[in-house]
Design a protein around this ligand. Sequence first.
Ligand code: NAP
Ligand code: ZN
Length: 347
Amino acid sequence: MFTINAYGATSATEPLVPMTIERRDVGPRDVLIEIKYTGICHSDIHHTRSDWGPVSYPVAPGHEIAGVVTATGSEVTEHAVGDRVGVGCMVDSCRECDECRKGNEQYCLKTHTFTYGGVDRDGRPTQGGYATHIVVDQDFVLKIPEGIGLDEAAPLLCAGITTYSPLTHWGAGPGKKVAIVGLGGLGHMAVKLAHAMGAEVTVLSQSLKKQDDGLRLGADHYYAISDPVTFEKLAGTFDLIVNTVSANLDLDAYVSLLTVDGTFVNVGAPAEPLSINAWTLFMGRRSVAGSVIGSIRETQEMLDFCAEHRLGAEIEVIPVEKINEAYERVLASDVRYRFVIDISTLA
Ligand code: NAP
Ligand code: ZN
């Protein structure tokens, strides 16, 4: 084991503070990564504030990690010292269940290991990427293609894959009308990706404040949900809606915007349950679905797709001292469109 500098939470109510954490020694199949940049995902805020249930503190969050390999175990074949690499929300899975065998590690039937807040193979809690280094099994390390900066690549490891996976699974592409609800970290990547896939993209945002940005990012249309005319005008329009909102919403109002056989995919993770009227669903054979991140194979495919289409996240790079301020701005929907921590400010 070795000790490194990190930044994290000691309780649900106190600001994040500098701390030290321990990493396991580099095993035969492990890669040691010097972290350069880590994105701030809204899930980091939900988790550190115990929105989803009890948390074991202290916890250093962060699952949008981009860095450089500085050491490899004796059996590592996929990565070499000096490689530009990324780590997302998972660092291991059982590898034996039906879903792992199919390459759906994110739906592991036993337990996949979250990058932070999980249980490491040595039984200790995993700690995330608000830290100088991380040790990860080579199978859960992604290659960041040349042409994408490490800073703009970091958010792809969660915000990118969480939107890419449902967009491809439900066939976003030419001839498809896709709505993205919420223009935050996930939402802005969803707009870029759906546009690059060839879909007709609509943003549904709380207001028109970010309309110019939304259109620049690739949206064809932009509506404020605060305007009641929006829901009347768009009723029965969309083949696919991807909801990225971190708070609860009126599901009936959004599902009514689907065409017959349309699908509303929820990726937002509010603390409260979502509910829907049965009539809204069956009067249009509509589906409500969920999706969590994406597999390792899909994540690499997404990174390669982003390199091919020259897509990165829109970021605001901050030093570690600004993390708590950034959290407040994310909660106020005042993020354009992902905060990324410059980890060199932690060393
Ligand atoms: P974010 O940057 O804060 O974006 C969320 C956006 O939702 C905001 O920018 C805002 O967009 C909209 N919004 C916020 N509060 C709202 C409210 N009360 N009513 C209506 N709209 C509201 O967050 P994020 O990092 O993209 O994450 C979004 C959610 O996805 C979080 O709950 C997170 O935990 C979850 N998540 C899930 C997965 C998964 O695998 N399923 C992965 C990562 C994150 P506008 O200002 O445009 O309205
Ligand atoms: Zn995330």
